[in-house]
Design a binder for this molecule. Sequence first.
Ligand code: ADP
Ligand code: MG
Length: 779
Amino acid sequence: MARCSKEVVLRVIEQEKKKLDNTSVFGGFNRFLKGWLQKEGHHPEEWLGQLEGYEDLSREERRRLLLTIESALRASPAPGKGVSPKSRKFVPSLAQPVRYLKGVGPALEKKLNRLEIFTVEDLLFFFPRTYRDRGTIKPIRSLQGVGIETIQGQVVQHKIEPTRRGPLLKVVVSDGTGEIRLVCFNRGYLAQVLKKGTWVRVSGNFRYAFGAWETATFEYEVGKLRTTDFERLVPVYPLTEGLPPKKLRAVILSALETCLHEVPEVLPPALRERLQIPAKREAIRELHLPSTASFEELQARRSPAHLALILEEFLLFALSLKIRRRTLETFQVPPCPLESPLAERFIRSLPFSLTEAQKRVCLEIAHDLASGRVMNRLVQGDVGSGKTIVAVISALRVVETGRQVAFMVPTEILAEQHYSRFREPLAALGVRVGLLKGGNTKEKRQLLEAIQKKEVDIVIGTHALIEEKVAFADLGLVIVDEQHRFGVLQRAKLREKATVPHTLVMTATPIPRTLALTLYGDLDVSVVDEKPAGRKPTRTLCFPLEERFKAYNRVRKLLREGRQAYVVCPAIEESEEEIANVQEVFEELQKKWLSEFRIEVIHGKLSSREKEDIMHRFSRGDVDVLVATSVIEVGIDVPRASVMVVENAERFGLAQLHQLRGRIGRGSEEGVCILLAALSGENVRKRMAILTATDDGFRIAEEDLRLRGPGEFYGVRQHGVPEFHLADPFADWPLLERAHQEAERIITEDPFLERPEHRPLRQEIERRFGRYLEFGEVG
Ligand code: ADP
Ligand code: MG
């Protein structure tokens, strides 16, 4: 093998950093790099060892290793001269590990790593959570004892008092107008710092006690006053234990001083001018060291600096989605004829006829599939609107052309259920369905083989479908059921497995337009806005926790009529908080309220075999009451179960509660859902009232958005929501629409970002959101 130059190796490392999956070199990136380093000689054993076990490292560990090697290579003028990287003096730069910054030793680096800060760049983009207004420096005489106040003066007294808990340092500071006392609990080291005569600034909550102003919770700065910590507006960062705010601010300051100028400007100047937003570097500095923005603006994330950075992130993301979409549109796939005898036969075999909404959506999908282009469609429909059938019909259209379908659902229980419900009717049509589960059984290995040999047409499964190395012979369609449990990323991953399959995403969660744009910017949307006829709406009642006995008396009566019930709890086991857990509730029901019935427990910690078994017996009617966690929330369909109790209902989001009660009232009997809630606050009362008043998922979503804001509604950090530094699609959604408009404007003018003024955009997209473009190069 010819020797690679350092530049080539660096480029390979750069490539590998994007995916961290050891695929940047045929035959394994790790073997390549290890071989190269060995030839160059004298590199630390540690690296070689870590490269050897590269596949076993976590993504973070891989990343850290690559960064270390990369920066060492960059810093050494001639590789292979046997210079240990430690002995070199590094000028810090953006891509280097934080330890190259002044004042960052191994201990501090570890703490920073815990905050996911690995490089100098990470540090610059580690933005404050909020700000504190320290106010201006006040004469001690005019302290008011309200909020955080700041004074400046000289240490005039310094004594250590013995107390029961050990010695306690007390320091008196005077500024000529008065004196304050600092009480230094557990801060003995201050004795060395706050010596008599030292000038000090102190910021804290002062209170008047024993004839003087006093504070025990304060921050201080001594000596030559650097003022960064004592600007009026102080950034407050998310903290990790053992990392003092002062320290973090100092390190960030050092990063700003040494590396801010390396941050590339990304937005086209014309755009910045039009929107009147500052340059990126200026914005970053402003967020860490506010100088022009007002406290209120900063608090509300509405300063010009915020706007600039948030907009940039949204814009990059929006652009990447649009580029991907355009790229996708250029792919040709075999069209599925509009006429589908297989789908027709299946529809005829159903014991009911499709609703108008189902027919319409099926037709929209049929047209997508027939177009010869890749379909990307989101089907939205309230719980119980019959999305599963729509999915199956679509699957059949694809199967009919000889291609395979992956049907991905969020829980094993649900996979199980879809499987048992459709296997036979589909087998009758000659369609072979497989169920892929976790674990490593012989059965499963056989299934994997069958999938590869195209002996299976439709594979139903959970994450296992993406995580395991499932090789489809010819994957034509990916169905993702109950989308809110998955994200864009996972969808993307699954699709890497085939050439370019169609994607059909189904969700019961109504999504505001703007949010849908961000999360699934590249999808068309269909809505199943009608429920099958003959459904009786579920009656929802709310009881305060104190009236549990009433609730269960009612349940007992209903069970005696031969119904089945779910009892849903927020927790599995006893915890510190006083919330209902499956185990306790189960015991209580068995002993006290429902002793005459057959009760079983089901939750996520059981093995899939156990879950399967319990669900099976429940749907056969061998179990009367199922005490469960929210594992039953999605998709489960047991028509005879028409009663539900939700313990500590206030713990769940409205949308989630609506999903939960969607499990009952699926048969001909009216469902009864009883919410047991700690009705302490006005807000809880209101939220429960919405649920008892309406059964319309879209209205519930709207109300919940209004009462709680989008973040909580969706359960803030969901899987797959793209990681932004600062932007938050939930909190900043008004800016999203703006970004999409701007992205559209740019893409229309310059579809692949080839113009010089767009080149930085393109580079940044490749770096940050490159994985959304996996189907082709940008341009
Ligand atoms: P979801 O939209 O919540 O996924 P499902 O697809 O699970 O809803 O359907 C809920 C129930 O309604 C299932 O038992 C299904 O068999 C039934 N169903 C679906 N479509 C119809 C229809 N057109 N008429 C009557 N029942 C239907
Ligand atoms: Mg469903």
